[in-house]
Design a protein around this ligand. Sequence first.
Ligand SMILES: CC(C)[C@H](C(=O)O)[C@@H](O)C(=O)O
Ligand code: SF4
Length: 466
Amino acid sequence: MSAPKTLFDKVWDAHVVRNIEDGPDVLFIDRHFIHEVTSPVAFLGLESRGIGVLYPNRTFATADHNTPTINQHLPVQDPLSANQLKALETNANKYGISHWGLGHQKNGIVHVVGPENGITLPGMTIVCGDSHTSTHGAFGAIAFGIGTSEVEMVLSSQCIMQPKPKKMRVTINGKLGKGVLPKDVTLFIISKLSAAGATGYFCEYAGEVFENMTMEGRMTVCNMSIEMGARGGMVAPDETTFAYINGREQAPKGEAWDKALAYWKTLKTDEGATFDIEYTFDASEIEPQITYGTNPGLGTGISKNIPTAAEVLDGAASYAKSLSYMGFAENEQIIGKPIDYVFLGSCTNGRIEDFRAFASVVKGRKKADNVTAWLVPGSHIVESQIKEEGILDILTDAGFTLRQPGCSACLAMNDDKIPAGKYAVSTSNRNFEGRQGPGSRTLLASPLVAAAAAVTGKVTDPRELL
Ligand SMILES: CC(C)[C@H](C(=O)O)[C@@H](O)C(=O)O
Ligand code: SF4
């Protein structure tokens, strides 16, 4: 019998085109996503070298970062954004790449539209010039972000050179408590490991918590893997995965489906396979989380106080700077802090289950007067689901409006910027200084925590409202 293998090694080994002695492996790439920010320079590179795109039907383009989230039918005002969007369209058309631009019915955030259209499948290698490509690992794919020069490499050769990362496994058994969402699971893990704790590793998530999680939940967790420094995260595909994929537009059909399924069922870590490092937690340790600092590792259970410098893994100096930026002090209670903005959206939490969770709290309540809320679906498909399921009515009755799909205030590359000094409870993935607009202060949390803040105007434990 062959030696036991991890899920990661099975997928990796199936894609090695060439081993370079003492060097990186050359990997074949099944799927390549591109967006307007990191692709234009790669296409310029192709042009200057006079080469083309090797397999245009393995690359998929969508516009998301620079797109406005209101009045998408009007010309884009910001000239830089308009140029980038135009460049994406021109390049896609020139090389025969599928392009879901602004206004297209399939348009949305790259990491939302790939899975929802059945482009993302188990056992694949998937790259994109975007760090949150790790999202697609939820399907048991090896998915990671690449730089612009690598985008050029993939366009021209469908291959990439990669050193093999070390392997980590995070196992969580038990049952999650009331009001605890996948976002809380990932914020909890990152707070335990720190924002750099998984640097150099590829992480597999295992145990009952992930087995019982929906695909959208697994996507939330894998999405945030990068925020603890990991190259990517993955979950072994199972019946939940297969049920999610079955019938999606670009998923295999008929005989091809049966063949794919038989292969996908082999994609799990064998008994006895080893990892370079393992962490184990119990679901009962996890309560709704919120961050108070300026990296995603600076988070805590919502009922707890902000830790003292001695309690956190970050250096005392950077911790003090982080708290001062946020206007918080050590050992303060986080519950009850007044907030100004709520952002529901992003490739972390811009899917239908996130809107359902948000609606479950705001239903029958009213948006707090002091709160500006931006609710931004991850794609047009999500937007349609929100309308069809009656969620829009619930939101409207509670005083909220719905915006149009895109990255929006997740990184404020468009007009959706949180003003300086203002506090935003955000379902996105990064709380760096100025991430949501110059001087903005971000508290990362789940859609339930965001909803509780939106109706009370302050940081509130959502369990009190469920
Ligand atoms: C613009 C892009 C390169 C960037 C990323 O790589 O992640 C963005 O998506 C982000 O979330 O910061
Ligand atoms: S939603 Fe945010 S994290 Fe996701 S791709 Fe867009 S900017 Fe990056």
